[in-house]
Write a protein that binds this ligand. Structure first.
Ligand code: WQD
Length: 339
């Protein structure tokens, strides 16, 4: 029998890619989103890629009655929870908004999952490691005190899941994403930042298309080979496939323990300058950029040791940085053609 996965925040950047990969792997997917941070672009793109309409439920996960009703309406085998606010800077200015939204929504998911015997996958972040003492980071590397309410909600939600699994006999997995970038090869779904992008790749593509005048590279005097920060940029389709592996592991009861954590990254550090140069080369263009002061709060260098995910999930990042950066550019051009 086909298994059903509920994807909260399924109309967003990561949720839409995960929906495509799950469906192509043979799962039935229910997309649920309150559309507070996106429009219908990605939902329509998902349906176009798959060639059919998927069930879509407009709900706010902070509404506990609505969440419970949703879990009663469908037989849901696993839920993947993406529905959350995600702007680091905004969370510093609006901590209550972030705590209320990101914590309440996940508590409601946990409550319904407990009642209905649903497996839970939580979308966590490498941000929980802060500035690591040792790189690459493994899942055993210590978490550091969060530097933003956003980061704090990721840590707190991991703990909620851990404790619920322990107390209620549930099963849960937290995936810690490194830096998700790129877009689906069809260029029909991708990242849609609101206003001026905070993240590097959307800023690059918007500069290349002429929406922004100049990319600022935040600092070139870091203690790294070329002086710019090091990150682990993970292709969005590779990242999405990790969710299929993790959901299947839960549903097929192949977990080593009822609560597991996996790093989802490539294991390959890349500097900001290397990324910019790759983008220029693969897309055959010149990017207008300048060196600017450091951005407060930036971690100097972090990348994943993805061995655990490779071995236990049977997952590995496969797309090259060139393919990924070409897909990011194709998506930006798709958006420009549409406008
Ligand atoms: C990457 C590198 C910047 C923009 C953040 C969150 C994390 C996660 C992903 C999301 C850094 C540099 C960036 C620019 C630049 N959360 N940069 N010029 O900071 O690693 O992670 O996003 O939902 O929790 O903290 O990603 O893409 O912002 O930055 O030079 O215009 O690019 O300094 O070194 P980051 P990023």
């Amino acid at each position: 029998m086909k298994k059903t996965v509920l994807v909260s925040g399924g109309a967003g950047f990561i949720g839409s890619h995960v929906t495509v990969e799950l469906t192509q792997a043979g799962y039935d997917v229910v997309i649920a989103d309150n559309m507070s941070n996106c429009d219908e672009t990605n939902y329509k793109g998902v349906c176009a890629i798959l060639g059919r309409q998927l069930p879509f439920e407009k709900i706010d996960f902070c509404d506990s009655a609505a969440v419970e009703a949703l879990f009663s309406r469908y037989t849901i085998d696993a839920v993947i929870h993406f529905a959350a606010y995600k702007a680091v800077g905004e969370s510093v200015d609006e901590p209550l908004m972030y705590y209320k939204n990101n914590l309440d929504s996940f508590l409601n998911v946990l409550e319904a999952a407990r009642k209905h015997g649903t497996h839970v996958l939580f979308s966590s972040s490498a941000t929980v490691y802060g500035e690591p003492e040792k790189t690459p980071v493994t899942e055993e590397s210590p978490r550091q005190e969060a530097t933003s309410p956003y980061g704090n909600t990721k840590q707190m939600c991991e703990d909620f899941l851990r404790d619920c699994v322990k107390a209620y006999g549930m099963h849960g997995i937290a995936l810690r994403y490194f830096n998700p970038i790129g877009a689906h090869p069809s260029a029909l779904i991708g990242e849609l930042p609101r206003g001026v992008p905070n993240n590097l790749v959307p800023f690059i593509t918007q500069t290349a298309i002429g929406k922004r005048e100049c990319l600022s590279i935040f600092g070139n005097d870091y203690p790294t080979p070329d002086g710019t920060c090091l990150r682990d940029y993970i292709d969005i389709v590779d990242l999405a496939r990790a969710h299929v592996c993790a959901v299947t592991r839960m549903i097929e009861e192949r977990m080593d323990k009822p609560y597991e954590i996996f790093n989802i990254g490539t294991g390959r550090p890349l500097s900001v300058l290397e990324l910019v140069t790759s983008f220029e080369k693969v897309n055959n263009l010149k990017l207008n950029y300048r060196i600017a002061p450091r951005r407060p709060g930036d971690v100097v260098a972090i990348w994943a040791d993805p061995t655990l995910a490779n071995e236990k999930l049977g997952w590995k990042a496969t797309r090259t940085i060139e393919e990924t950066l070409a897909s990011a550019w194709a998506w930006e051009k798709h958006l420009a053609g549409r406008a």
